[in-house]
Structure formats: C-alpha cells, structure tokens
Design a protein around this ligand. Structure first.
Ligand code: AMP
Length: 260
C-alpha cells in the first residue's frame, strides 16, 4: 500500500473507489474498504481529521490518531493508497468556498452541530475533486451524512456514485465508532441503551442519558435516528425503518417462491 500526502501523487484509474475517513480505524471502516475492494480496481482511503467539522469545545484536539496502526489495518483490508492530505491541501491559503446543503444539513445533527454538514459536504466535494473516484463509500451509521453527500452529489452533478454500507456493531449492539474509545466500562454499559432504544423504538429506554434527539428522518431509506451524551462523549446511531424498494421486492418474490 502506498501512502500519499500530495494530491499530485494520487493514482488515476478507470475504476476507482474512495473511502473518506477521519482515521482511528475499526471494523466499520474496514467494511467500507472491503466493499470498495470488491467493486473497484483501485481503492483509495483518505484520512483527514477535518477541523472545520468540529465546533469549538468538541473533541478535535483529543480525536484518536494513530497513523501507523491505521496504515497497517488499511493495507490488510486491501486499500491500495492511503491519502493523508496536510491541511493546506484541503484548505489552501485564502480558502473561502463552502458547500451548504441547506435543509438536510440543518436538521437533527445539523441543529445540534451548526456548520458541521457544511464542512462535511465541502471536504467531500474537495476529496472527490482531488481523487476522481467512480464510487465513494459511506456508512449507514452516519445516515444523515450519507444523505447530505448524496444530495450534494445530485444537486451539483458530481460524477461519483455514492454507496452506503450497513452499520457494523459490537457483539453487544453498540455501533462501532472511533469515539467509543472515550467510554469507560460503565459508560459503555450505559451507552448500550442507545441501540436498544432504537431497536425497540422506545425513547424511554434512554431515560437517565442526555438525549439530543430521538426522531424519525425521511431519508432514503427512512430511519429512526438518535444522538445521546454518555458522560462527555456524544454518540449517534440509527435504525432503518423501511426496507428499500428493491430489497422488499426481492423479499416478496422470495416469499412467494418458498417451498410449502
Ligand atoms: P469517520 O472516520 O468516523 O469519519 O467514518 C468514516 C466512514 O466510516 C463514514 O462513512 C462512516 O459512516 C463510516 N462508519 C463509521 N462507523 C461505522 C460503523 N460502525 N459501521 C459502518 N460504517 C461506519
């Protein structure tokens, strides 16, 4: 696997998959790398902890970073190129152009993290323009992020296909997240209420935690999404409320064809 820090050294390919990340890789990231590996000749993973998408007082300074470990995991998962752009590659001096996905970017997470999705949409467009991927891979774990990026790509006719992969969870149900590393064992236990409440569609299971929101969102697919604070750690998760059309059609056919 090649480590590239300058966009000028990125590979060109007729079949290129990009996985944008902020590092601290776990099985969630690795599942995206593997999906990209299965569908593309060349797989690029970008690792950029985007300062613009953290508000003041958020965890930018403490965000877990371990380049060597990440490089090894990415290589093992079949990534060809790990792109580690320095700040100036993404935000050149004088930078002043931002992409705002107005409505989708201002609800739920956007309401609690003003400016977050503007920074996400902007860095994704920048990465798409630098890497020229045919396909880019995102996790359903961040359902609103995937929705914002799909909207931006559609609205601005960005020539990339957005692929969204299922949420990877711990055996105990907690969605994997780089931020889980902040949780003490007691907090990890308390955090399990989040997937349980979502599964049961029962907000009362979050009693005792600080809940930012627990709401249905009209995304594609439709989800029940929530954000909670466990101690000083903020966690988000969601469950899909409806099976997408294609899958439900398939399930319907499978049922009819079942041997009786
Ligand atoms: P991050 O490094 O947290 O910005 O995440 C990079 C990508 O990995 C995003 O598209 C996330 O949605 C995705 N991701 C993070 N956690 C998970 C997970 N548990 N399952 C699937 N994808 C995930």
């Amino acid at each position: 696997m090649k480590i590239v820090r300058s966009a000028a050294d990125l590979p060109r390919s007729d079949s290129l998959g990009l996985v944008p990340t902020m590092g601290a890789f776990h099985e969630g990231h690795l599942s995206l790398f593997r999906a990209a590996r299965a569908e593309n000749d060349t797989v690029v993973a970008s690792l950029f902890v985007n300062p613009a998408q953290f508000a003041r007082g958020e965890d930018l300074d403490h965000y877990p970073r371990d380049e060597q470990r990440d490089a090894q995991l990415a290589e093992e998962a079949g990534v060809d190129v790990l792109f580690l752009p320095p700040l100036e590659e993404i935000y050149p001096p004088g930078f002043q152009t931002w992409v705002e996905v107005e409505e989708l970017g201002s609800i739920l997470e956007g309401e609690h993290r003003p400016g977050h999705f503007r920074a996400v949409a902007t860095v994704c467009l920048k990465l798409f323009n630098l890497v020229h991927p045919d396909r880019a891979y995102f996790g359903q774990k961040d359902a609103q992020q995937a929705e914002v990026v799909k909207r931006m790509v559609g609205d601005l006719a960005v020539p990339v296909e957005i692929r969204v992969c299922p949420t990877v969870r711990d055996e105990d149900g907690l969605a994997l997240s780089s931020r889980n590393a902040y949780l003490s064992p007691e907090e990890h236990e308390a955090a399990l209420s989040l997937p349980r409440a979502l599964q049961a569609r029962d907000r009362s299971l979050l009693d005792g935690l600080e809940v930012d929101y627990f709401e249905e969102a009209d995304f594609d697919p439709r989800v029940l999404a929530a954000a909670v604070r466990v101690g000083s750690t903020r966690l988000i998760d969601n469950v899909i409320l409806e099976v997408p059309c294609q899958a439900s059609a398939w399930l319907g056919r499978a049922k009819k064809g079942d041997p009786q």
